[in-house]
Ligand binder design. Structure first.
Ligand code: ADP
Ligand code: MG
Length: 665
């Protein structure tokens, strides 16, 4: 049902709600609070000096407003509470004055100061609040308040006539879950902590059950799929190509290549994830796959998450395949119209064998003559439904994903349960470990010295600064401030450039070109260089305010250096006591680091806060709720087995899901 059907919601509110990913009544009902505040009313006769209290009181004096400066004012008045008289002072709420009338019962939150018989209030609620009242707090955008969301949710309950419960009846009974409508009520308007708990359990299980149901269904479909023609590959040509490579493949690369070869030449569609640390050499594995596909007279599409990466792939892959007959094309969102049309034409006629581009190449109306393989790089950026929407191009193309998120195997087995996996754990020979050191801000001189040493050796340096969302500073100012400081420190004798998201494509490109060619020695940027960018001569990375980045991001960033046999150093500027930074100092192993990341990650308050990356569950948290995930996995397998034979008879809701998944195919 549409949002419009709620009274009092107009166009403006709708667009605000849309910005919170709320598009209909169901989205609104499943827009869960991220935490709760419990109002336990204190008895003022029973509190001590300095304590945080919540009391109810009746206003008994006219409030007096004092203004100190333009942005500082105080409002004071007296209240009676539990037969005592108290002073209340609250800052910067002069606008409340007219609502604070004598005789009104209000709720005051703040700090009790015994000597002055005063409560310094942090908040005043203009009505009576029941002891133990629980308030839900939502993650919001400017322009919309917590109160409004509550109101809209309340109205949504009134207009919504169908709340679908995706847990099968027998499982609801087995686990004694509360019903879905009640769970939704409890989650938004709980009267007790126990209601929150019951609601959470129900909704988390439901979310994970549904997720695993989809994964299991897709896995099932895969085994039933018919019609894929096995690719016929001249293995001698592949061997020839492999032996022409300028390096020796690692054991895991060879194994992955073999696994992929088996998939390509089988009648079952490949659906494989190559999971390997940054720099483990996933690209060459996918290139071999594309080459085999070419030998079998099929086309390949390779997608990267950004234009920079797509371009880089285009260059390095063209290089690797230079002695073969494979014809490679590059298609980006920004490619000129005429050039695009030429490429479309060639794809249709089969004059391009390997097309490299951003995700646009699959969503645009590109048609291939004979697409046989789709490769997606950095797959963690694409969600479950997206990863299945890739499958609809061409006949029955094989699918290969590459992910540099080395998630622990146990988690991978569940959330990527619909895919086969090739793990690349061994590092290419001759790779040196990157030395990582933590430096505090007061040691910046040492850092500058290290940088200068590196420049003197003819090497290049990345400097990374975090994007600070809550600050007023733009990306541009943050980046250029650091550049200016470095210019001063190095007396402008070192060429320094900046790279950030606000630059247009041409600007970015020309900076990257100058950096590749070595004209630029130091590149100051935000995390735009996070994924894939590869400049071998860069042997140092300095990350400012490193504590602001997550472990996975730090590891990804660091992977930009140490790409050859030169000694590389990563300097993390931050606190020496920071546990996460210490993990970075200790280890270069992505699998270990992600495991630690999972271990150290905060659970989110009462609720799983939205997870970053691929797995964005609304309420579940795959780490915290891992046991539930396993249960949901096996329950959904049983359920699927029992019901798939009769096509989910009398189970409309599952038929609908299955149809949706099929239409993606
Ligand atoms: P990633 O897994 O992060 O995508 P890449 O595929 O970009 O890593 O490989 C990183 C670099 O290592 C590239 O320059 C690539 O040519 C090189 N490389 C890949 N495999 C090997 C190997 N077995 N030995 C030496 N260098 C390799
Ligand atoms: Mg890569």
């Amino acid at each position: 049902m549409e949002l419009k059907s709620i009274k009092g919601i107009g166009e403006k509110t709708i667009s605000l709600l849309n910005s919170l990913d709320i598009y209909n009544i169901n989205d609104l009902l499943s827009f869960y609070p991220y935490r709760y505040i419990t109002y336990n009313i204190s008895d003022i006769n029973n509190v001590s000096d300095g304590e945080q209290v919540i009391i109810k009181g009746v206003i008994c004096s006219t409030p007096i407003v004092r203004r100190f400066r333009a942005n500082l004012n105080s409002t004071s008045f007296r209240v009676t509470s539990s037969s005592r008289m108290l002073n209340v002072v609250i800052y910067n709420r002069a606008f409340m004055k007219n609502n604070l009338v004598i005789g009104k019962l209000i709720t005051i939150m703040g700090k009790y100061e015994e000597k002055k018989n005063t409560i310094v209030a942090s908040n005043i609620i203009l009505n009576d609040i029941k002891d133990g009242f629980i308030e839900s707090r939502y993650h919001l955008r400017e322009g919309i308040t917590n109160k409004q969301i509550s109101k809209y949710v309340e109205s949504a309950f009134n207009v919504s006539n169908e709340v679908i419960d995706y847990i099968p009846e027998e499982l609801n009974l087995k686990y004694k879950f509360i019903d879905k409508s009640t769970a939704l009520r409890y989650i938004h308007f709980p009267k007790s902590v126990s209601e929150i708990k019951k609601a959470k359990l129900k909704l988390i299980y439901e979310e994970l059950f549904l997720f695993m149901f989809k994964i299991n269904y897709l896995k099932y479909v895969k085994t039933k799929e018919v019609g894929k023609e096995p690719k016929v590959v001249d293995i001698r040509k592949v061997q020839e190509f492999l032996s022409s490579l300028p390096f020796e493949l690692t054991k895991d690369q060879i194994k992955a290549i073999e696994e992929i070869h088996k998939d390509l030449t089988s009648t079952v569609r490949m659906n494989r994830l190559i999971c390997g640390d940054v720099g483990s050499g996933k690209t060459i594995v996918s290139v071999v796959a594309a080459y085999e596909c070419f030998l079998a007279h099929y086309q390949t599409a390779l997608m990267a998450p950004t234009e920079i990466l797509a371009r880089q792939h285009y260059e390095s892959i063209s290089n690797l395949l230079i002695d073969t007959d494979i014809r490679i094309g590059l298609l980006l969102g920004s490619t000129k119209k005429k050039e695009k049309e030429e490429i479309y034409e060639k794809l249709k006629n089969g004059e391009i064998d390997l097309l490299i581009g951003t995700h646009a190449i699959i969503s645009d109306n590109v048609s291939f003559k004979n697409l046989g393989l789709v490769i997606t790089d950095e797959q963690h950026r694409f969600g479950v439904s997206q990863r299945h929407s890739l499958r609809n191009k061409g006949n029955i193309p094989d699918i290969l994903y590459m992910s540099a998120t080395p998630i622990p195997r146990t988690y991978a087995l569940t959330i990527y349960g619909d895919m086969d996996m090739s793990l690349i754990k061994t590092k290419p020979k001759g790779r040196k470990e990157i030395k990582t050191i933590i430096k505090s801000e007061s040691e910046i001189k040492d850092v500058l010295y290290l940088m200068l040493e590196e420049i003197k050796k003819g090497r290049q340096i990345y400097v990374v600064v975090p994007l600070i969302e809550e600050s007023d500073k733009s990306e541009l100012t943050t980046v250029s401030e650091i550049k200016d400081k470095l210019d001063i420190a190095f007396n402008k004798k070192v060429s320094i450039s900046t790279l950030h998201g606000k630059m247009n494509k041409d600007e970015k490109e020309s900076v990257m070109k100058d950096f590749y060619s070595g004209n630029i020695k130091i590149l100051v940027s935000t995390t735009v260089i996070e994924v894939g960018v590869d400049v071998e001569n860069t042997t140092m990375m300095v990350i400012f305010d490193a504590g602001r980045f997550g472990l996975a991001t730090l590891h990804q960033l660091r992977g930009r250096i140490g790409r050859n046999s030169l000694d590389s150093t990563c300097v993390l500027i931050g606190s020496k006591n920071n546990k996460r930074l210490k993990v970075m100092e200790e280890s270069n192993d992505g699998f270990y680091i992600t495991e630690m990341d999972f271990k150290m990650r905060k659970e989110g308050d009462l609720f799983g806060v939205k997870q970053s990356g691929d797995m964005s569950f609304k309420i579940a948290d795959i780490k915290r709720d891992y046991d539930i995930l396993l249960q949901a996995k096996s329950d959904s397998e049983d359920f699927l087995q029992k019901n798939i034979i009769n096509g989910f008879k009398n189970q409309e809701k599952y038929i609908k899901i299955v149809k949706e998944l099929k239409s993606l195919d």
